[in-house]
Ligand binder design. Sequence first.
Ligand SMILES: NC(=O)C[C@H](N)C(=O)O
Length: 331
Amino acid sequence: MSASPPPGSPTTVLITTGGTIAAQTTTDGAVPALGADDLLSAASNTGAVDAGAGAGNTGTHAVRTVDLMSVDSSAMTVADQFAVVRAIADALDDTEVAGVVVTHGTDTMEETAFLADLYCTDERPVVFTGAQLPADRPDADGPINLAAALAAVRDPGNRGHGVLVVAGGRVLPARGLFKVSTSDAVAFDSVRTDLPRPVLTDGIPLGRTARVDLFALYPGVSPGLIAAAVAQNAAGIVLAATGSGNTHPDITAEVALAVAHGVTVVVTSRVPYGEVSATYGGGGGAVDLHRAGAIVSPWLRAPQARMALIALLTARASRETVTEFFSESGK
Ligand SMILES: NC(=O)C[C@H](N)C(=O)O
């Protein structure tokens, strides 16, 4: 039995979306099966949640639950991701709510948490968490991560820092985050933890969103990939180029054609750390890609650059606005 939080206690909203934190092992592989109440019970059993906590409350905070969806995050659609962002905004519409925890698969947490951060103008903490091991494993990391995420919402030091991600004992900003391990509890790292946070204030879109394709570049890559994206009416293309944003000259020619078709092209890197900058020439360097009309993303890597481009192009942002967003993000 869990004790009730004192009357008038602030409320944390717990939104669940599936992922390994909610998964059980079946003969067909691990699949999300658990809901918010199960996750809260497991978190309270860790002893890491304040005394008196349990399903329905965490110590001095009441917990309101929203079982939003139950999917592996690798199977999420962009519509699902915007549904998560809207659910966070709905939760924060209630002034009694002190903050929000979202449980989510780790495969694409860097994308959804970043998308939420793009629209996050509220001071109240929004914290994503997940797990690397299914909930039915004796060494499951989900319960301790959820307990830590709930504690992060209660920590006044986390106000005003945008969306955070808690996993494996680390608390990191969503912006700049990427998954670094397929299996370790320390699932994430950051390209830079002090990235500026330009936000989008036009409102969270409803309905269709812009199509943005993402290609990793490599020796021998076919320029036809870009032509195919243009032919299929992509509004934007993100290139995870080699090194500091470089590729083969044949790609540069296709980028120029795509830009001439009105497609917004953003160049980032397949390398996890360091700045992407227009340094190299030679026909396929970032200097050449920039001259061909591509916008360089100095710090946001491909998955997050793609989410930003989807959000910006859905809001019909001009080329100038997109350029400004990426340059602001790199200061
Ligand atoms: N660790 C995880 O959560 C991986 C899982 N495939 C997911 O992203 O939903």
